[in-house]
Design a protein around this ligand. Structure first.
Ligand SMILES: [Zn+2]
Ligand SMILES: [Zn+2]
Length: 126
């Protein structure tokens, strides 16, 4: 068996092909994303937003350091639907509802319930 080309060059070539393939896959995925995947992506975004003090991504108070700790603020408002996300006030909750929270609210609530059930099952003799 003849010695192959420089293995480092081979590796680099493979990596650049993989990178191209990955970019192509990402592009295709953006085109072909199913409603299920879109819902999952929205849910993940909402769960990330739930870690914020105010889950409204365009919250006018977020930049001022006012929306850092979930639920810790005076007048903070929690979504009564999912009980997962917090807002600095009802104005933010209404704005986020219109901005898309209404689409993920029940899914967030279901995910929270499932996580709680799993936690209780895991803790055993509770
Ligand atoms: Zn807010
Ligand atoms: Zn909600």
């Amino acid at each position: 068996m003849a010695p192959a080309a420089n293995p480092v060059q081979q590796l680099q070539a493979q990596q650049s092909i993989l990178l191209l393939a990955r970019q192509l896959a990402d592009t295709l995925q953006a085109w072909w994303e199913t409603p299920d995947q879109q819902r999952q992506a929205r849910l993940e975004l909402a769960q990330a937003a739930a870690l914020r003090g105010c889950a409204y991504l365009a919250c006018p108070n977020a930049g001022a350091g006012g929306a850092l700790t979930a639920g810790a603020q005076e007048g903070a408002s929690r979504c009564s639907g999912c009980r997962v996300v917090w807002y600095c006030d009802t104005a933010c909750s209404h704005a986020d509802w219109a901005a898309g929270h209404r689409r993920v609210c029940k899914h967030l609530g279901a995910a929270r319930a499932a996580a709680q059930a799993a936690g209780q099952a895991a803790s055993g003799s509770g």
